[in-house]
Design a binder for this molecule. Sequence first.
Ligand SMILES: Nc1ncnc2c1ncn2[C@@H]1O[C@H](COP(=O)(O)OP(=O)(O)O)[C@@H](O)[C@H]1O
Ligand SMILES: [Mg+2]
Length: 600
Amino acid sequence: MRPSTDAEPGQRLDWSILPRLWPYLRDHRRRIALAMGCLLLAKGAMLVIPFIMKHLVDGLNVDSGVQLAGHVAVVLVAAYGLARLSSVLFGELRDTLFGRVTERAMRTLGLTVFRHVHQLDLSFHLERRTGGLARDIERGTSGVSFLLRFMVFNIVPTLFEIAVVVSVFLVNYGPSYALVTLASVIAYGWFSFGATEWRTRFVREMNEADSVSNTRAVDSLLNFETVKYFGNERFEAQRYDVDLERWEQARRRNRLSLFGLNGGQALIIALAQTSMIGLAVYQVRTGVITLGDFVLISQYMIQLFLPLGFLGFVYREMKGAMANIERLFDLLEVRPELADIPDAPALTVRGGGIRFEGVSFRYQAQRSILDAVSFDVAPGRKVAVVGASGAGKSTLVKLLFRFYDPTAGRILIDGQDIAGVTRASLRQAIGIVPQDTVLFNDTLLENLRYGKPDASDEEVADAVRMAHLDEFLAQLPDGWQTRVGERGLKLSGGEKQRVSIARTILKRPPILVFDEATSSLDSRSEQAILAALREIALDHTSLVIAHRLSTVVDADSILVLDQGNIVEQGSHRQLLAAGGRYAALWAAQQEQQALPPVPQ
Ligand SMILES: Nc1ncnc2c1ncn2[C@@H]1O[C@H](COP(=O)(O)OP(=O)(O)O)[C@@H](O)[C@H]1O
Ligand SMILES: [Mg+2]
């Protein structure tokens, strides 16, 4: 992934982003048109004001000879008030109308991205940095809002205003004012864009320093335990201060460059205004134009240069916004490698028999993890997989859930290739208690209910009893409502595993997978839970991965996996009798720990 940065210097404004945004706006065509209408009315009202002022001034000026009749004066003043009011009113109306459009576009886009990211493969999620991804999404959606707002509220109206003012000058006062206006607008634009390009470096430096010091602070705070264990608070503060110093300097350079930009713009505007006022004064004195014309010209000038002052800022921000939106759209274009085949049927589970047929798999091309693994789990039976850590046991489960496709061979459930059915139906049919349970940062109850969101309180209570969580729950002052902390960090490993077991009990799928599901429990709780699991698994197909062999002695068949190969297979008694690897492992584990009596 590219690092998230703002616009690069020298990078062009990429207008091709606009058509890609259109689908998110299409539904609001009428609203957008109305907002544009309001915008024109507001601008139109503003453009009428200098004309009213001109007539008032000329009418009040005794020397001009066109004495203003009383009622005309009243009408003009009323028109002035009306124009002022409408410009504000239509401006507000435009904001209100358009606000809905941007908000809805942000919502739709946010939801699309969220759905999309959840569709992506496990490998994508293993590679990503959550913080960076969240920032990309946030920056992208706010980029959309910024781009739309400034396109509609700043760029378009400013261009419209320039066109109107230049034509008014040209028609009423000949080419000189129009030329000065055009020349200064062009000079202003040229200077602003050039200076903004030059400044981008400083802005980027500042943003980088900002994010570096931020990352450092967050990382340091996340590791608060380690910091305290080592008593390194001072050391952390020093490192943070080094980053802050860089940030401070970058801010200073940025401010100086901003001064350069603003100074240059002010100079251009002042020059233009001075020459136009000079020309107007000269023409009033020589009788070419009236005092009213003078007022009109100076008013237009002020009105015109005010929004122009924003253009440099808008240009830079728009570049940033477009770059951010583009990153977001790039993310939307990441295709999952694994997808349902078109019109895939749902898996129909009859007995829940699982069959691995010559399944090979590798995460990376260089290293084989599973090598032509074949085995069967007959419907309603329990098969155990044992083997050293890193043998590929959890990988079997990931393949069964179709997080990855095997590089060779296939996996069948009740005779249906899992690659040919919808992933939703496949995952619906299997329940898992994973090796590492991660919980949502929510209450215990919500985490439990995740297995079956519409479960009744009794069902949850039953599951809790079976998972032997009730004793633990009774000790908690907040009971069900206890919050488990980020990723469930406030619970011990064993407690998390029991939550996970209860969750799966709630789901009650036809196929159950336990991946070292009781590894974090002490022997006593383990035996108790195993008894419960045995009960649940009674009429279910189950695949049990275990480190402690004592937990799987009752399995119908035990597979010994070693470096991606099944090296032994049989029941506990058969394998012991065979005197192979399993028997050796068993002897070693018996010796290692005085095991509690094993139910046979
Ligand atoms: N996403 C991954 N990318 C690369 N290698 C992986 C990935 N996941 C697991 N592995 C490697 O695959 C091997 C088997 O892992 P796993 O199936 O989790 O073993 P275990 O038998 O302990 O459950 C391990 O050596 C592990 O390092
Ligand atoms: Mg594992």
